[in-house]
Design a protein around this ligand. Structure first.
Ligand SMILES: *[C@@H]1O[C@H](CO)[C@@H](O)[C@H](O)[C@H]1NC(C)=O
Ligand SMILES: *[C@@H]1O[C@H](CO)[C@@H](O)[C@H](O)[C@H]1NC(C)=O
Ligand SMILES: *[C@@H]1O[C@H](CO)[C@@H](O)[C@H](O)[C@H]1NC(C)=O
Ligand SMILES: *[C@@H]1O[C@H](CO)[C@@H](O)[C@H](O)[C@H]1NC(C)=O
Ligand SMILES: *[C@@H]1O[C@H](CO)[C@@H](O)[C@H](O)[C@H]1NC(C)=O
Ligand SMILES: *[C@@H]1O[C@H](CO)[C@@H](O)[C@H](O)[C@H]1NC(C)=O
Length: 490
């Protein structure tokens, strides 16, 4: 470990202003409930899950890096649009069978065999499996669910359909009628009853699986569940803050804007909680439809960091960040033919390169590792965040995030003065990159405490640089550059 003194460089940097926070000695009234052991998880698109696990060495190492921080393997969800295009084939010896014209395409139809579930069973962490409801072949979905139940000791939950708010009247599940919120609610409950009846199981369905909060919502679904709530393991939302037409990295990563974006989910989380069930973001990431160039950036990593803190504060149990079609997100080598069309997606790793967003996931996991509660010290009404993180009722870490958007010129900074500290010094680890638009595949690697993740393997590399700050009369001061975060260890 290399140490450098924060306090010695402090007065050399220009600050936009100064902020002061007292770190409460016990969790304040606006602290979160109990944080789950591994709140940051991964969602792998259904058709390409076998390829992620079998063909990309980074997959296991990237997940293991997170496990090494918390002691718990991150939860994995296997699903997405292609779960509702998939048919189970008990006689197939292949995990998945499909054809696509290009490695950038997702198949419009596919089959999968029993070995799909054996492969999922090999993952050391908990797994949510997303099955098909759209095609209205319930006996087929039950056949697949029975194999998942039998093969997977790590099975956490089963989804019955992905984003049914996007199903249309002509989909088989609509049975010739209008596909409305009421139709979906009745359908979800009918399927929960039949699937769980055949599995002789309860507490096993990840329900809802809605994109956004309107026109279909967990508030609406939970109102109809009745006794079928016993079949539900958790209630699930999908969230992508940005979509085509409005890509804006400044807004994506902005602390106050994140608070505004996640607000509608408070009622969804409350609806799940009122039914005695956890809430999850079963699929989430920065931007839909290719991401408009913002998704593979360091700013998207900073979004992940603050978004995880804010949603965990609201009471969500876990977030599963979606990893899509590998051909779209592999950040190809500049020498490869694919580089003519550089990917714009949000994947954390690809076949060749790492993605900048992974650094945010790693830092968020580090911040919440082995913690019980997180509390906001700021009012979520500015660009500058501060969180106190508690273990057994005492503060153990403070996370500082300066969400000012930095691309060129002089990098501004924010000074945070923290009071209520004990001891004579504290250490800190910094998450930084050349700027908010930095991409690994463009040669601008972010770093966590000076270290980075190797392209193609996700192995952590470099010498760790831990900073120290002097505590005097219970106070210490920290400087956080625009588009940077700092994790202070108390
Ligand atoms: C439904 O699935 C079964 C196998 O589980 C299959 O035999 C049947 O053809 C499927 N039906 C349709 C309409 O695809
Ligand atoms: C099993 O599923 C079928 C639909 O395929 C359903 O009609 C039946 O009621 C279910 N059995 C139980 C015990 O729930
Ligand atoms: C992007 O978002 C920022 C912060 O919310 C806002 O000030 C800016 O006007 C937005 N830019 C565009 C082009 O909409
Ligand atoms: C949380 O409470 C503290 C006081 O303990 C307050 O200063 C802060 O603004 C609050 N933040 C939010 C988001 O409620
Ligand atoms: C910011 O990042 C972009 C993309 O990686 C890069 O092209 C640019 O040179 C960087 N600017 C600075 C000041 O580092
Ligand atoms: C990853 O590869 C890119 C080239 O595609 C290179 O610029 C970058 O520095 C590499 N990152 C690491 C951590 O080796």
């Amino acid at each position: 470990m290399a140490f450098r003194s924060v306090s010695s460089v402090l007065y050399l940097s220009a600050s936009v202003s100064g902020l002061s926070f007292n770190v409460p000695a016990s969790p304040p009234s606006n602290a979160s409930g109990q944080i789950s052991a591994a709140p940051v998880g991964v969602s792998l698109e259904f058709f390409t899950f076998p390829e992620y696990i079998q063909d990309l060495p980074s997959t296991t190492t990237c997940l293991q890096n997170l496990k090494d921080l918390t002691g718990t393997w991150p939860p994995v969800r296997i699903g997405g649009t292609t779960q509702d295009r998939a048919t189970y084939d008990a006689s197939s010896s292949e995990a998945v069978t499909y054809t696509v014209a290009s490695t950038k395409d997702a198949p419009t139809t596919l089959t999968y065999g029993p070995s799909f579930m054996s492969l999922a069973a090999k993952y050391a962490g908990k797994v949510i499996i997303g099955l098909n409801r759209r095609l209205d072949n319930i006996s087929n979905t039950i056949a697949a669910a029975l194999v998942a139940q039998k093969e997977m000791s790590n099975l956490y939950a089963i989804e019955l359909g992905n984003e049914p708010n996007f199903f249309v009247d002509s989909d088989p599940i609509a049975r010739g009628a209008s596909w409305t919120a009421a139709a979906d609610e009745a359908s979800q409950i009918e399927w929960q009853d039949a699937v769980c009846g055949n599995l002789s199981a309860s507490d096993i369905i990840s329900a809802g699986v809605y994109f956004g909060t309107s026109p279909m919502s967990l508030v609406g679904l939970t109102a109809k569940e009745g006794d079928s709530n016993a079949y539900v393991k958790d209630y699930c939302s999908h969230n992508y803050p940005q979509s085509s037409g409005g890509y804006n990295l400044t807004a994506l990563m902005n602390h106050k804007d994140i608070a505004t974006q996640v607000k509608p989910y408070a009622a969804e989380i409350a609806a799940a909680s009122a039914k005695g069930k956890p809430h999850v973001f079963g699929e989430t990431n920065s931007a839909t439809q290719g991401g408009g160039g913002i998704s593979p950036t360091f700013g998207a990593a900073l979004w992940i960091l603050d978004y995880v803190m804010q949603t965990v504060l609201m009471g969500t149990n876990a977030l599963y960040f979606h990893q899509g079609t590998i051909g779209n997100c592999e950040n190809p080598l500049q020498s490869s033919p694919e580089y003519t069309n550089p990917p714009g997606q949000y994947c954390w790793w690809g076949r060749y390169n790492m993605g900048s967003p992974y650094y945010g996931a790693y830092f968020a996991t580090m911040a919440l590792a082995n913690a019980d509660q997180v509390a906001p010290l700021d009012g979520q009404d500015s660009a500058y965040a501060a969180y106190a993180i508690y273990k057994s009722g005492a503060p153990v870490k403070v996370l500082l995030y300066n969400s000012d958007y930095y691309t060129t010129g002089t990098r501004s900074s924010q000074t945070y003065s923290l009071a209520g500290l004990t001891g004579t010094s504290v250490t800190a680890k910094r998450l930084t990159a050349p700027n908010a638009t930095s991409r690994v595949d463009q040669g601008q690697d972010p770093t966590v405490a000076g270290r980075s993740f190797a392209n193609g393997t996700c192995t952590i590399q470099g010498t760790e640089a831990v900073e120290t700050a002097t505590v005097s009369a219970g106070k210490a001061t920290f400087t956080v550059g625009a588009s940077e975060a700092l994790l202070v260890f108390l």
